[in-house]
Design a protein around this ligand. Structure first.
Ligand code: DP6
Length: 353
């Protein structure tokens, strides 16, 4: 333990999930992305994590208790234990303490929503706060860059959750300020319409995924379309930066839907190929497209690595879209579940003592 560090204390962060508009799909080395991705941080789908630390004599390994929703969960504990032990070289103070980590999500466990982005970003922020205490100080930029880098090592998409609004992870041709190691908030000005976006998460299935993200990423290594996919994602990212600046909703919709369908196209054309979308996913997509055409309302959809549909729309159409969801889409959702989410302002430090 450094001379400056504290004997014991508690740190709590709340951190959001995010929805990728340009998808991260394919990684190499130590959790580095094969292409840039761009996401919107959410407001209500969040994880709250509390890290309690109590000084003890230094040990070789991390000494950890992990609780999810107030209960000891051996599976998660093992994962977090491995994650923290792998960080020891760079964060040696982690083995100076007995650590208790308590975590919970606002979204139901059975919703099929990936919690790794909010979970690892909340945990990474707690670890950075402990580092800041040990060092006595750290500037704001270093703090969030460090947290994003740490979150990335737990789960790639988590690197983007340490900021609110729109975030980019991965180097972008022609821009010097984006990195493969950590995400950054979008540097350009965002058109006001994109500050008002809502995300209705339509829960098609709460089942566990047949093929997890890590297995999916590794199928990209020998994927026949990998090279052109990575170039497409690069082009989409560059264009999306411009679209978010100018407020071009038509082009926004085209790129977002193409990214979602490409992601699932890549899964289907992997070897072995697999299908995560369900009949209801396709039905919802078709209804969204029809609603847009008939009513001239700029709604669009994206998909994560599962069967759920994220329906994205600007606030000015909220009344019409909620009615559309209730009249046409709820019946296609698993147990009529959907989450009324929107663009969020990023993580919150809830408590530090
Ligand atoms: C389809 O971040 O879950 O949601 O780095 O292996 O934890 P790991 O993968 P993960 O992959 C997310 C994939 C995605 C697209 C995205 O969020 O960009």
């Amino acid at each position: 333990m450094s001379r400056n560090s504290k004997e014991k204390g508690k740190i709590s962060w709340q951190s959001p999930s995010n929805i990728a508009l340009i998808k991260y799909w394919g990684k190499h080395g130590n959790q580095l992305p094969c292409n840039p991705s761009l996401s919107m941080s959410l407001n209500s789908s969040v994880t709250t994590t509390t890290l309690s630390y109590n000084y003890k004599a230094k040990d070789k390994n991390v000494d950890l208790e992990f609780l999810f929703d107030g209960e000891r969960t051996p599976l998660f504990e093992k994962r977090v234990d491995n994650y923290l032990n792998n960080l020891l070289k760079e964060y040696p103070f982690l083995s100076d303490y007995h650590l208790i980590i308590e975590s919970s999500n606002t979204f139901p466990h059975s919703s099929g929503i990936a919690s790794s982005a909010s979970a690892y970003s909340a945990l990474a922020l707690c670890i950075m706060s402990l580092k800041k205490i040990c060092l006595r100080d750290m500037d704001r930029k270093d703090f969030f860059q460090g947290a994003s880098d740490l979150a990335r090592l737990g789960s790639g998409s988590a690197s983007r959750s340490v900021y609110g609004g729109y975030t980019i992870w991965g180097e972008v041709e022609g821009f010097t300020n984006y990195s493969d190691e950590y995400a950054s908030p979008l540097k350009s000005t965002i058109h006001p319409v994109f500050h008002t976006f809502y995300d209705a998460i339509l829960i098609v299935s709460g089942e566990n995924k047949k093929v997890g993200s890590s297995a999916g990423h590794s199928l990209m290594e020998k994927h026949p379309y990998a090279k052109s996919r990575y170039q497409q994602a690069m082009n989409h990212t560059i264009e999306m930066i411009y679209v978010l600046e100018t407020g071009n909703l038509d082009r926004f919709i085209e790129i977002v839907e193409n990214e979602a369908l490409t992601l699932h196209g890549l899964m289907m054309s992997s070897d072995p190929g697999y299908i995560l979308i369900k009949r209801e996913t396709i039905e919802i997509i078709e209804r969204i497209r029809k609603f847009r055409q008939t009513n001239k309302i700029p709604v669009t959809f994206t998909l994560d690595a599962g069967s759920n549909v994220h329906l994205l729309y600007p606030e000015s159409y909220r009344k019409e879209v909620i009615k559309f969801i209730e009249d046409e889409l709820v019946a296609l959702c698993d147990a009529a579940q959907w989450i009324d989410d929107s663009i969020g302002r990023g993580p919150k430090l809830l408590n530090i003592q």
